[in-house]
Design a binder for this molecule. Structure first.
Ligand SMILES: [Fe+2]
Length: 270
């Protein structure tokens, strides 16, 4: 919070994207209290904050007005799917926080909203923001074991199919949820998952739009806030560490390789 606040080291940011989960939540009342507390902190930033709901933010009840209302009121929104145009880029803020648990009707509504956004209006380089990644960010069998929760990717295929079909527009998909940092290229679209600040490696990402590209730099919270024991992909949550074919050490497994922590997304190649 202080990093982004006026006078902090990231004071010059134009806006903040919240990929979720914003809060831990629990019961409806606990979730509302957590969201209101979080929003109170975010209101101290001078820049806008654009969040998508995570499963904890809405009790994984995507499409349930009672559970979405605390999120909407905390962040002064009218819908959990919305779009923002900033600096010539379109950000599609998509609620997929109920994936796997939601009804076919809710999943269809989500897919229809995205299809409408991608097929109407001015064609701009588009960044899709959704809490749950659309692709496995590690080898699937390892990821299933290290997460020890479901889902670790968006279960309904329609959103990924839409991204692939509109890869001339969609430059990147930004997600959270997994508590690890990684990048996967798919059909010319860069899928980025950032661990988030709540558990080690306590990452956030800084995106710089300049010269026809997005330069991406993953940063960690100040060292005094780092807590290696909070890593959910190793001890003490597990009795072992994890690696996969692309990440050969436990630290690399949770933090990503160097090329997943500093890279560029070319906006002009499509
Ligand atoms: Fe989550």
């Amino acid at each position: 919070m202080e990093t982004i606040r006026v006078g902090g080291p990231a004071t010059s940011v134009d806006f903040v994207l919240g990929l979720g989960d914003q809060v831990e939540g629990g019961s409806l009342e606990e979730t509302q209290a957590d969201l209101d507390a979080f929003a109170g902190h975010a209101a101290q930033w001078e820049c806008p904050f654009y969040p998508v709901p995570g499963n904890h933010d809405i009790g994984a009840r995507e499409g349930d007005p009672q559970w979405e209302q605390p999120f909407l009121s905390a962040f002064d929104l009218t819908a959990t799917n919305y779009s923002v145009v900033r600096d010539g880029l379109r950000f599609l803020m998509l609620n997929n926080a109920g994936t796997l648990a939601c009804s076919a009707v809710v999943a269809r509504r989500r897919a229809d909203w995205l299809a409408t956004q991608l097929t109407t209006g001015e064609k701009l380089p588009t960044v899709l923001c959704c809490h749950v990644p659309l692709l496995p960010m590690r080898d699937p069998e390892v990821l299933a074991a290290s997460c020890r929760f479901q889902p670790w990717q968006c279960a309904e295929p329609a959103v990924l199919e839409a991204v692939r079909a509109h890869r001339d527009q969609v430059v990147a998909v930004l997600s959270g949820h997994l508590h690890l940092t990684g990048v996967v290229e798919d059909c010319g679209v860069t899928h980025v998952c950032v661990a988030g600040v709540a558990t080690f490696p306590s990452d956030y990402a800084v995106y710089t739009h300049d010269d026809g590209r997005l330069a991406v730099e993953i940063r960690q919270v100040p060292p005094s806030l780092l807590d290696p024991a909070s890593n959910i992909h190793g001890p003490p949550r597990h009795d072992r560490d994890f690696v996969d074919r692309g990440h050969t050490s436990p630290v690399e497994y949770v933090m990503g390789r160097d090329d997943e922590r500093r890279f560029c997304i070319d906006l002009g190649r499509r």
